[in-house]
Design a protein around this ligand. Structure first.
Ligand code: NAD
Ligand code: TYD
Length: 378
């Protein structure tokens, strides 16, 4: 059967990598990218594939139920990969309602529209899939029991041998109880529950995956890594929240996209998979790697950007540590990250420095004002 795949949020960071992968790899699929083009959506992320015959872009809001009904029917959608969301924790602290509207009501509208269309077909749910992309942040925060870091008990290709650290003894498993703290993670947790409810109540074939922090090209520069690369280039302060001791588990975005491809095609319906590379970094250590890499690639004297580090008021409710246990995905579907972190960071820094026009377009105008407002009181 020819597959008509709806990818929501395809003009955003991760979505654009998923759209590119599917459009290039599956010439016999029709890929429909549905995106509202909020501040985070940017069609320049997809310039290289926009003219491909198997690609269509539709501008729409996932919270508009009638539009979702129309689009799903018009394109005879058989599979949905749902990434559209409000995604930045700091924005969710300032404006939680937008997060509830898009992440909760938007996901619900998409589920309902898919349900109505698929149930109207003679074969109903056969050959259909609603695949929901979520985050590890729904699990809450882990303890930081090894503040200096100890050798990780798990093998991985993502983390280099010099930095193979675990900052605590526990990890998020697929069975870990949900315990979200920020309005962002609370809204994602709620959307995950709705997706599972549509499976359990109506029999819709669904899958949910929860991934750790992504990094790589095309990420909006309000998130740590692209923000700091851009600030170093422009000799602006690097705002480190609190003491810089929070821990995040970083995965190269193309490895996440590959996992999504694998799970979309071979994942078990009604199941959940955690995606991560066992690659924990304390923020301040990661920031030092970024500074070193940017300075080297710009030809700056080593250490000249250390003075830009500026400790600022901590994020409210700042989760201490995220660390994903992705052994289920590795064991059941054979997924492995392809890149070591140092390679991934080098690739990422090079990309942002080589694509200054992309960055300058995004950071001019409204964003500049948002950024100044966000940071002036910290
Ligand atoms: P992003 O903010 O870069 O992109 C989100 C996209 O969704 C944008 O293109 C935006 O225009 C679109 N969008 C927002 N509201 C919409 C609406 N109402 N209707 C239609 N489109 C809308 O986000 P991202 O970092 O690419 O994250 C994508 C997904 O992956 C999200 O669901 C996020 O929760 C999840 N996720 C992200 C990370 C990460 O580290 N970035 C990690 C795990 C999971
Ligand atoms: P971020 O990229 O916003 O991702 P998330 O909050 O989803 O993990 O932040 C990554 C980490 O970096 C997080 O611990 C907050 C911290 N951080 C800073 O210290 N300064 C900043 O300017 C930003 C954006 C984040």
């Amino acid at each position: 059967m020819k597959k008509n795949i709806l990818i929501t949020g395809g003009a955003g960071f991760i979505g654009s990598h998923v759209v590119r992968l599917f459009v290039n790899k599956y010439s016999d699929y029709n890929i429909v990218n549905l995106d509202k083009l909020t501040y985070a959506g940017n069609l320049a992320n997809l310039k290289d594939i926009e003219d491909k015959p198997n690609y269509t872009f539709v501008k729409a809001d996932i919270a508009d139920l009638d539009e979702m009904r129309r689009i799903i029917r018009e394109h005879a959608i058989t599979g949905i990969i749902h990434l559209a969301a409000e995604s930045h924790v700091d924005r969710s602290i300032k404006d939680p309602f937008t997060f509830a509207r898009t992440n909760v009501m938007g996901t619900l509208a998409l589920l309902q529209a898919a349900k109505e269309y698929w149930e109207s077909l003679p074969e109903k749910y056969e050959g259909k899939l609603f695949y929901h992309i979520s985050t590890d942040e729904v699990y809450g925060a882990l303890e930081l029991t090894n503040p200096e870091g100890v050798e990780s008990p798990f093998t991985t290709t993502a983390s280099s041998t010099e930095h193979h650290l675990a900052f605590g003894t526990d990890f998020f498993l697929e069975t870990t109880k949900y315990n979200p703290h920020s309005p962002y993670s609370a809204s994602k947790a709620s959307s995950d529950h709705f997706v599972r409810a549509y499976h359990d109540t109506y029999g819709m074939p669904t899958i949910v995956t929860n991934c750790s922090n992504n990094y790589g090209p095309y990420q909006f520069p309000e998130k740590l890594i692209p923000l700091f690369i851009n600030n170093i280039r422009n000799r602006k302060a690097l705002p480190v929240y609190g003491k810089g001791e929070n821990v995040r588990d970083w995965l190269f975005v193309e490895d996440h996209a590959r996992a999504i491809d694998l799970i979309f095609h071979r994942g078990k319906v009604a199941d959940t998979y955690n995606i991560g590379g066992f690659n924990e970094w304390k923020n301040i250590d990661l920031i030092k790697v970024i500074i070193k890499t940017v300075d080297r690639l710009l030809g700056n004297p080593e250490g000249c950007s250390d003075e830009l580090i500026t400790y600022v008021t901590d994020r409210a409710g700042h989760d201490l540590r995220y660390a994903i246990d992705s052994r289920k995905l590795q064991k059941e579907l054979g997924w492995e990250p392809s890149l070591q972190f140092e390679e991934g960071i080098e690739k990422t820094v090079r990309w942002y420095l080589d694509n200054q026009e992309w960055m300058d377009n995004i950071t001019s105008g409204d964003y500049e004002k948002y950024y100044d407002d966000m940071y002036k009181n910290r």
